[in-house]
Design a protein around this ligand. Sequence first.
Ligand SMILES: *Cc1c(COP(=O)(O)O)cnc(C)c1O
Length: 403
Amino acid sequence: MSNKPNLSFGRPYLAIPGPSVMPDPVLQAMHRPAPNIYEGDLIDMMPPLMDDLRRVARTRHNATIYIGNGHGAWEAALSNTIEPGDRVLVPAVGRFGHGWADMAAGLGAEVDLIDFGRKTPFDLNRIAEALAADPGHKIKAVLAVHVDTSSSVRNDMAGLRAVLDDLGHPALLMADCIASLGCDRFEMDEWGVDVMVTGSQKGLMVPPGTFFVFFNDRAAQARARMSRVSRYWDWVPRADPEMFYQYFCGTAPTHHLFGLRASLDMIHGEGMENVWARHETLARAVWAASEAWGQGGPLSLNVADPAHRSHAVTALRLGAPLGTQLRRWVESQLGLTLGIGLGMSEDGDPKGDGFFRFGHMGHVNGHMIMGLLGGVQAGLTALDIPHGTGALEAAARVIAQKA
Ligand SMILES: *Cc1c(COP(=O)(O)O)cnc(C)c1O
């Protein structure tokens, strides 16, 4: 053959850790004329929708929907619970703990941040020391990211609850499950999480633009003690609206709600246990391939211990500038888009070109992950990046459920 064809013509695959792949049923549910927002189906669909959202969060407590993205979710949770001058403790791993801490600082909170780097989860002993050093209970909340999307580290939320309980510390436990919900197992009530926030655009498979705040009775009591909460962020009318518009403090995000209905039907049709097990198996296939590649070249998984790795996202290091080169090649030649190395600059690599990420959250299945890994195998080959053999075979054994 005289010329080398470009192989990107076909269905593109966005394998970044959010926004995630949108299922056709979600897209089709959204493709409809504007509905009446004053009476009819839209109003009637809300009570079961809220129940099904609670079932994803594994809570029997309050659920609210807001228009906004994950940063909005951070601010909404804080606005209902934290006064200017209150202390919050933020055990930060990777980027996103810093982001939530910054939102708290912007609202006037005093932030105690413990930086645990970007390769291992937070150390519960150090968090216990910080809480034990607060006998007057000035710390009103611990802001904890369940899965840090930049590093792909998963943190131990139940362990964090146990630390608070052992010390008898009354701080609220607030969890960011924006990357993890509907991917990694999360049990809000069983694990004693007081406030949980998530967004529509990751495990929930709906476009960015809505977020969800869940809160229990302890958090409701903290809200009741606030001297003021701005009307738009106030979760009280949203959680228990007398009128339909109060769910959203204004016009409903109509088409997001239709998309969310379709997504929740898919999630509960599959079953939460299978959703979690599917993500775990697909993640293990990604790790198996990555470990094999790493045997004969520079590629390495960011998180060494599989027990601390997220099932929704995987961060990898290839060394600058190869991470960016690989991303560019698979996108331009194969139609496969990988995630950038977020917050992963290091000495000699100020822009994090040595890192990249696989998003494997939400609407992903075995053939997509084999395609993703096969695409990366082709990219490593095309760019002459040294790599170990047997990666696709190793992944296939996991997908075949023989490893
Ligand atoms: C994506 C993400 C966010 C931020 O969400 P935006 O919609 O980009 O504001 C926050 N926390 C985690 C863990 C995330 O994965």
